[in-house]
Ligand binder design. Structure first.
Ligand code: ZN
Length: 344
């Protein structure tokens, strides 16, 4: 989901002559409110089906607008696999005139900018892996029915229905529509792209979008050109790019990411083959004699099984749901008030 600078909630707070990028504080507040609403609709109201787990990250475009990548993992019976189920949740067609509200939103936010011969300067055309072709594969082919491509990606229904609206001076049809969810698009009036991935593709997606890290910039200001000798160390220095709306987001202490359910890494090792960490100044004899140093979540899991009533009914991977690992004490304690903890 990308922030729409023309949302009325932003515009009504601008003074005459002001534009959204001038008020990164208002942009951050409104975008966060919309993101919370979107999350509630998806996670609590299950508008796309029941969710088993999710994560999202918030990012900022160079000139300021925030956007968010949400990754949803559906419960098994809600996984979208069949072509007819795709059509229920995702459309890649221009809504007809009978739905003017949605039509306007899709035409303003969900048409891929004309590229190819119509616009060879489009950034999607400048890509190493496919020179001279759109990086995203637009225009897509017309499709009578949704089907599944052999690589696992769905091929969405894009019927040749004769619609030819002019967008950015170019006659566009269903081959140019970025897939969207009609209900969420009508509600949020912004760029809101919905994609379905197979499990393998999810891993790729996570690294491409969700965990890719900060944007960086390297620059230097010099008074006279070509006079100073080249300072490679100075050139090599990296700066970090923080846009005004990211600054506002951080001042408000809004979350930049969230993950549900929380993940606790638990150790797995062979008997007496666990890693024991120590500092250079420590005496080896003391480390060996210590009762706690060799404890791990796995050794203590076995200890709990041997000594605590009820502990043995859970598998190791289920254990953190019922017991809390305390890393400094190196011990499991029974989880209490589990509902309250989840609510926090
Ligand atoms: Zn393109």
């Amino acid at each position: 989901m990308t922030c729409n600078p023309n949302w009325p909630e932003i515009k009504e707070h601008l003074t005459p002559g002001e534009q959204a990028p001038h008020r990164p504080d208002i942009v951050a507040l409104v975008f966060r409110a919309k993101l919370i609403t979107l999350k509630k609709l998806i996670v609590e109201d299950s508008v796309l089906g029941e969710i088993a787990a999710y994560t999202y990250v918030v990012e900022f475009q160079k000139r300021g607008l925030p956007h968010a990548h949400l990754l949803l993992i559906m419960r098994p019976s809600y996984k979208i696999k069949e072509p007819n189920v795709f059509d229920k949740f995702i459309s890649a067609e221009i809504p007809d005139e009978s739905n003017p509200h949605l039509r306007k939103i899709i035409l303003s936010h969900m048409m891929h900018s004309p590229c190819g011969t119509a616009n060879p300067e489009c950034p999607c055309m400048k890509h190493k892996s496919s020179p001279g072709a759109c990086k995203y594969g637009y225009p897509k082919a017309f499709q009578e029915e949704t089907s599944t491509h052999e690589n696992g990606f769905p091929l969405y229904r894009r019927r040749d229905d004769g619609q030819n609206p002019i967008i950015r001076k170019f006659a566009m049809d269903n081959r140019w529509v970025i897939p969207y969810n009609p209900y969420l698009s009508a509600l949020f009036d912004c760029h809101l792209n919905v994609k379905v991935f197979s499990t393998i593709q999810v891993v790729k997606y996570i690294y491409k979008y969700v965990y890719k890290g900060h944007d960086k910039i390297s620059f230097a200001v010099s008074a006279q050109k070509d006079v100073k000798p080249v300072d490679e160390i100075e050139q090599f220095q990296n700066g970090r790019w923080v846009s005004p709306s990211e600054v506002a987001w951080r001042i408000f202490s809004f979350d930049l990411f969230e993950m549900y359910s929380p993940v606790l890494p638990i150790q797995v090792h062979l008997p007496n083959a666990q890693t024991v960490q120590f500092k250079p100044h420590e005496q080896l004899a003391g480390i060996v004699a210590s009762d706690t140093r060799s404890r791990t979540s796995l050794t203590e899991f076995f200890k709990m099984n041997a000594t605590q009533d009820g502990a043995s009914q859970f598998l190791y991977s289920e254990f953190p749901e019922h017991y809390v690992w305390n890393p400094s004490a190196k011990a499991w304690t029974k989880r209490v008030h589990i509902k309250l903890l989840l609510a926090v």
